[in-house]
Design a protein. Structure first.
Length: 337
């Protein structure tokens, strides 16, 4: 959704700034649209819109199974129960830039576009860093974000960190579950994580028919090679007979430069993620909530005579249903064998 609504300054058509309004407006719009096409946010999150102060996301527990009742038997009466819920409140986000009167007088269109470019980059980069920050810090209940270190609650609906080894059942009908594993990436590790996710249960212990289909990794050559070796060939990598690979051509690969990786980290120890994109969309796993699309207004500052462009948006994001995604952080979490 995102988008941008731009309002030009009134009364500048005949001024020195008049000729810069349309080109800058078009430039801002094009830059935002181009970024949206490759945004990890739009690929990893369930995107929703709201006209309210906040939105509550929840689900109902499963219905009991059909039972054999014999001829003429009464219908069993099954019931639902509300599951864990998550309330998301969109925050207000702002920034601005200036085009000086001297720039406009001297027709410095390139400099004007550079400032507009930095403005849109700031907006898009902030959204991407916020989206990936929830993944980066998802094993903690909170995230400090931005230069002012604003604290965000990034727990899932069950009040546990998004990635945890002890997600509880709201009904008590099943024990705790883990979506936080500790295996370094390999063909075998991917197979084990996929199996673990396929064994995720609902709150009553019923299998959920999970179908993981997405691998999310940082933009590092060392792990990109491992991942594409594992899923990009029809034979099992590093085997003498190169036997059939059942992982071949089954995965979507999402790569982001904003995912954390410490300097000096060695091959095979990067964090990676596995997601069921269908479950994520159907059950609001990771939620991105848009309240107000980016609004850009232009005006003349009477103290400086400069043309000020200011942008404002309202959006928020948080995990809801942890089952949509698993994190694999070598050395941490549950080691799968």
């Amino acid at each position: 959704m995102a988008g941008v609504v731009i309002s030009k300054a009134s009364g500048v058509n005949d001024s020195v700034f008049g000729k810069s309004q349309e080109p800058l407006k078009l430039y801002v719009e094009q830059q935002i649209e181009a970024f949206e096409q490759n945004s990890i946010r739009s690929l990893v999150y369930y995107e929703d819109e709201t006209n309210n102060y906040s939105e509550k996301y929840s689900y109902e527990t499963s219905l009991g199974d059909f039972e054999a009742v014999g001829e003429g038997g009464a219908y069993p009466r099954s019931s639902f129960q509300e599951g864990f819920s998550k309330v998301i409140e969109p925050d207000e986000w702002k920034n601005s830039f200036e085009v000086t009167k001297q720039m406009a007088e001297d027709s410095k269109i390139g400099k004007m576009q550079q400032r507009a470019s930095q403005f849109t980059l700031s907006y898009n980069r902030g959204r991407e860093k916020f989206a990936t920050g929830i993944l980066n810090y998802g094993s903690s209940p909170t995230m400090a974000f931005g230069t002012n270190n604003k604290i965000f609650d990034i727990t899932a609906a069950d009040k546990k960190p998004l990635f945890a080894t002890d997600h509880p059942s709201v009904t008590g009908g099943y024990g705790t579950q883990s979506n936080y594993f500790g295996n370094a990436f390999s063909y075998d590790a991917l197979s084990l994580v996929e199996e673990a996710m396929q064994n995720f249960r609902d709150d009553d212990g019923n299998l959920l028919n999970m179908m993981p289909d997405t691998i999310i990794i940082p933009n590092k050559a060392r792990i990109k090679k491992l991942v594409f070796d594992a899923v990009g060939a029809d034979g099992i990598p590093n085997t003498g007979n190169n036997s059939f690979s059942y992982q071949y051509d089954r995965w979507n690969i999402i790569i982001s430069p904003y995912l954390n990786n410490a300097n000096g980290i060695t091959s095979g120890t990067d964090s990676w993620y596995v997601m069921d994109s269908t479950f994520n969309q159907n059950y609001s796993g990771l939620v991105w909530l848009e309240r107000v699309a980016l609004e850009v207004n232009s005006y003349i500052d009477q103290n400086t005579d400069n043309n000020v462009w200011k942008g404002r948006a309202r959006f928020g994001a948080a995990p809801n249903n942890w089952r949509a995604i698993a994190k694999v952080d070598p050395g941490l979490g549950t080691i799968l064998t």
